[in-house]
Design a protein around this ligand. Structure first.
Ligand SMILES: [Zn+2]
Length: 108
């Protein structure tokens, strides 16, 4: 099983060299790469290849992921700050409740 047909598939933005179709990546690398599923993601919705190569898409999604996890952890910190008093109260109540039970036990 090969992807040769996909590699030779025509694209509006293609530059053809011999039988191999090259496509310039619109991402950070800007390199001309062989237009095939090895190098570019096929967009079924647009019926053409992604304008950025897989490497650039991966870098981009990684960046997005890290930026997002930072945001998420920041939000978690804020949440903890905001709910610190609530948790303190809860702990206090829990302690008081337990203390009563302990007292009861010692009275017996
Ligand atoms: Zn690229």
């Amino acid at each position: 099983m090969t992807d040769n047909n996909a590699c030779l598939k025509m694209d509006d933005e293609k530059t053809e060299v011999g039988a191999v179709v090259y496509k310039k990546c619109s991402g950070e690398c800007g390199l001309e790469k062989v237009l095939c599923k090895e190098n570019f993601y096929w967009r079924n919705d647009k019926n053409k290849y992604n304008t950025q190569c897989k490497v650039c898409v991966k870098i981009k999604s990684k960046k997005y992921y890290y930026e997002n996890t930072e945001k998420i952890s920041e939000k978690a910190k804020e949440y903890n700050k905001e709910h610190k008093n609530e948790r303190k109260e809860y702990k206090e109540k829990y302690y008081q409740k337990n203390k009563d039970e302990i007292k009861k036990e010692t009275k017996q």
